[in-house]
Design a protein around this ligand. Structure first.
Ligand code: FAD
Length: 382
């Protein structure tokens, strides 16, 4: 059989997982990543420090043989721990027992595990090679070396864009094809802060929960990390009061927390510093009508369908994409047909999850502390 070759752009979460799944099935896989190798120079940060991993994502990790290693550093989250304005808390379980839970995983550690898996499966990883441009007629891609700015030309059979929300491959595809791209900004942004371990050692608050401080138009959440810290994410509108327009520095943030998130203040000793040093992240939903160009290129993960993070499903959905694409490529020797079948399967699913993620922002910030709603949930559980 002729050698089956594929070139993946991006060695983030989806790129590394897809590389593993295809290399395990005998494909010759080359992966080009803009950043340096995080296993050598440390993880350079990403879109969030930790992520909620759900069953959809775990299924994909099992297929790649990575679930055990990932789960060894994951922290179980049994439900939402709601922090009311008056300091009361209430744990709302996700399911009846510990078979229905989600897991908090560290993005950097997860990426390292996936890169090792990809390499041991036989994929070749090229770091500090950011996609610069593509000539689809001659099937050549040019990658820029971060260190000296030099351009390296590579021939490809097919390109897979796993290069995230700001995908360079998507931009190159849009030069030659109409993808029907539409980006809708949420009008809310986020900032990450940290709860360190308690002075006595151990977690400062209940570790096995996703903590939420719902406050109507805005909220805070906190997810546990295996080193006994929590990553807190403050979500605020971009305009109005309070918003990132009125909460502009550490002093403003301290005042907001003392008023609206009082029980969290003693937990975040470096609140002012974190607020000023950490970047403010934008939130948007990316819609495309078309993810591919015949057999030459296809997009997946955030490059195809970035979403707001309120359902904790962006990575889980990207992992499902990887399994679906690997299966279609395995089943169908006609690559254009495999890409088409992949899009047909996954695009409606991605749209549905994007919509649920938008709806869940309202639920999380506005409804989980509503007494009637809590009563209804309690009755449902009995
Ligand atoms: P990315 O993880 O963004 O990886 C893209 C990779 O491509 C990166 O390594 C990047 O360096 C590389 N790259 C970029 N440009 C180029 C280029 N030109 N050439 C080569 N390489 C390039 N999802 C969940 O499932 N659960 C959660 O709890 C969750 N929480 C989130 C919280 C926040 C605040 C945010 C913003 C997102 C969250 N997500 C969550 C979504 C999740 O982060 C993404 O869906 C996921 O990272 C998508 O993976 P990806 O591989 O498609 O893209």
């Amino acid at each position: 059989m002729a050698e089956r070759r594929i070139t993946i752009v991006g060695a983030g979460l989806a790129g590394a997982l897809l590389a593993t799944l295809l290399a395990q099935r005998g494909w010759k896989v080359d992966v080009y990543e803009k950043r340096g190798d995080p296993r050598v120079q440390g993880y350079g940060g990403g879109r969030s420090i930790n992520l909620a991993l759900a069953e959809r994502g775990r299924h994909a990790l099992r297929m790649a043989g990575g679930d055990d290693e990932v789960m060894a550093q994951a922290v179980m989250m049994r439900g939402r721990m709601v922090h009311f304005l008056d300091g009361r808390t209430d744990l709302q379980r996700y399911g009846k027992d510990d078979s229905e839970v989600i897991w908090s995983v560290h993005r950097g550690e997860l990426n390292l595990i996936l890169l090792d898996l990809a390499e041991s499966a036989g994929a070749t990883l090229h770091f500090q090679r950011g996609l610069a441009d593509v000539d689809f007629d001659s099937r050549t891609a040019r990658f820029r070396d971060d260190r000296d700015g030099g351009l390296h030309e590579t021939a490809f059979d097919s390109l897979v864009g796993a290069d995230g929300a700001g995908s360079a491959l998507r931009a190159a595809m849009m030069n030659v094809a109409d993808l029907g791209e539409r980006t809708e900004f949420l009008g809310h942004s986020y900032k990450e802060l940290e709860i360190p371990p308690s002075p006595e050692g151990g977690f400062s608050i209940e570790p096995n929960a996703l903590h939420i401080w719902p406050r109507g138009r805005y909220m805070c959440i906190a997810l546990p990390n295996d080193e006994q810290t929590f990553t807190v994410t403050l979500f605020l509108p971009n305009e109005g009061d309070p918003s990132f327009a009125t909460v502009r520095n550490g002093t403003d943030a301290q005042a907001l927390f003392e008023r609206d998130f009082a029980d969290a203040v003693p937990l975040i000793p470096n609140l002012q510093r974190d607020f000023e040093q950490n970047p403010t992240g934008l939130l948007a939903t990316l819609y495309l009508d078309n993810w591919r160009i015949d057999d030459r290129a296809v997009l997946l993960g955030d490059a195809a369908h970035a979403m707001v993070p309120f359902h904790g499903q962006g990575m889980n959905c990207a992992f499902e994409d990887c399994v679906a694409l690997a299966n279609h490529l395995e089943r169908n020797a006609d690559r254009a047909a495999a890409f088409a079948a992949f899009q047909e399967e996954r695009l409606p699913n991605a749209r549905a999850i994007q919509q649920m993620a938008l709806e869940n922002y309202l639920e999380m910030r506005d409804r989980v502390d509503d007494e009637d709603y809590l009563l209804q949930r309690a009755l449902e559980r009995t």
